[in-house]
Design a protein around this ligand. Structure first.
Ligand code: GLU
Length: 305
C-alpha cells in the first residue's frame, strides 16, 4: 500500500482483531478478512487479537467455535492474543459469552447518566410507524424514549444517540459521513431475549481490548458511525481507525454465507486443497493478486507492504 505507520496514524504496538461469530464454518470471506487483518498487522508492526463473537447464543455452537480455531490454525493464522491462550490461563475474556459482566457494567454507567431506556416495540410496531422497505434498515422512531418504562416491562434496552453526524476516514475508502440518528435511531443494546446486541458487545470489546484498527468487510460499514457514537458515550478517547474491505461474492453478486458449501474452508480442506491454495484463491477473489497463485499465511504482509 506504500503507507508508513506514520501515514496510517496508528500508534506504535497498535492492535487489530479477527472477530468471527461461531454460527457456522469459516468460508472464503473469512479467509479474505484474515488476509487483511494479519497482512496489515505483520506489514506494519501491529498485533492481532482473536475474539470469539458468540453474543448471539441462540445461533452459536461450541462445535463451530472449535472448528473455526482449528481451521485458522490449519490456514496458519496465529493470533498474538486470543481465547486459545486465555483458556490455558483460565481466563476467557476474549470470548463474548464470558464477558457479560463487562457489558452489564458498561450499561450501568450509561444508565446512571440517563442514556438508557426500556423499549417494548416489536419489529411490527416499528414498521407501522416508519414503514418496512425491503433491503433497507428500519430506523427506530423513538417511541419509548419518553415513556420511562420500568426495566421489567421488557428486556429490550436502547441507548439514546445524539443527532450529530459521524465523520471518519476509512483507510481503503477515504472520508465517510454517516448519520446514525437517521439510519438506525436509538441503538438497541439488549434484545428481547436479554442478549447483548452485536453493536453493543463489539463496541465495549473494542474499547476494553484496546483495539486501534478495525478491519472488516464492507457490509459492516454502516455500523461504524453508530459504534463510534456509542464508544464516545462509553468514554473512548483512543482514536479508532477503520478499514472496510471488499467481500467475496458468488457469480450472481450474492454475499457468501457460512453454509456456502463451495467456499467452506472445511470442504476445501476435504477436497485436498492446501492452506496456501485457499489463501491464494481468497486473495485473488478480492483483487489482491492477479492470479490465484498459492500464498502462505506467513506471506500475506506483502499485499500491504
Ligand atoms: N462477528 C462479525 C462477523 O463474523 C464481525 C464483526 C466486526 O468485525 O465488527 O461478521
Amino acid at each position: 500500500m506504500g503507507h508508513t505507520l506514520d501515514l496510517l496514524k496508528l500508534p506504535a504496538g497498535w492492535r487489530t482483531r479477527f472477530a468471527p461469530a461461531p454460527t457456522g464454518f469459516l468460508h472464503l470471506g473469512h479467509v479474505v478478512n484474515a488476509i487483511y487483518v494479519w497482512g496489515m498487522a505483520r506489514a506494519h508492526d501491529g498485533r492481532v487479537v482473536l475474539r470469539v463473537e458468540d453474543h448471539d447464543q441462540s445461533r452459536c455452537r461450541p462445535e463451530y467455535e472449535r472448528a473455526l480455531l482449528d481451521d485458522l490454525d490449519w490456514l496458519g493464522f496465529a493470533p498474538d492474543e486470543g481465547p486459545t491462550d486465555e483458556y490455558r490461563a483460565g481466563a476467557n475474556a476474549l470470548r463474548q459469552s464470558d464477558n457479560g459482566w463487562r457489558y452489564a457494567a458498561a450499561i450501568t454507567a450509561l444508565e446512571l447518566r440517563g442514556l438508557v431506556y426500556t423499549c417494548q416495540c416489536s419489529r411490527g410496531d416499528i414498521a407501522r410507524v416508519v414503514g418496512d422497505r425491503p433491503n433497507e434498515e428500519m430506523r427506530y422512531p423513538g417511541t419509548c424514549r419518553a415513556a420511562a418504562l420500568a426495566p421489567d416491562a421488557s428486556l429490550q434496552r436502547r441507548v439514546r444517540l445524539g443527532d450529530d453526524p459521524e465523520r471518519f476516514f476509512d483507510l481503503l475508502r477515504g472520508p465517510q459521513e454517516q448519520h446514525p440518528a437517521a439510519q438506525c435511531g436509538d441503538l438497541l443494546v439488549r434484545d428481547r431475549l436479554g442478549q447483548w446486541t452485536y453493536q453493543f458487545a463489539v463496541t465495549v470489546d473494542d474499547l476494553d481490548q484496546r483495539i486501534d484498527l478495525v478491519i472488516r468487510g464492507e457490509d459492516l460499514l454502516a455500523s461504524t458511525g453508530r459504534q463510534r457514537a456509542l464508544a464516545r458515550l462509553l468514554g473512548r478517547r483512543r482514536p479508532l481507525h477503520v478499514m472496510h474491505h471488499p467481500l467475496v461474492r458468488h457469480a450472481d453478486g450474492a454475499k457468501l454465507s457460512k453454509s456456502a458449501g463451495d467456499t467452506g474452508v472445511r470442504e476445501l480442506r476435504a477436497q485436498g486443497d492446501t492452506a496456501e491454495a485457499v489463501i491464494g484463491r481468497a486473495a485473488h477473489a478480492v483483487g489482491l493478486q492477479p492470479t490465484p497463485a498459492p500464498c502462505a499465511a506467513a506471506d500475506v504482509a506483502r499485499f500491504f507492504a
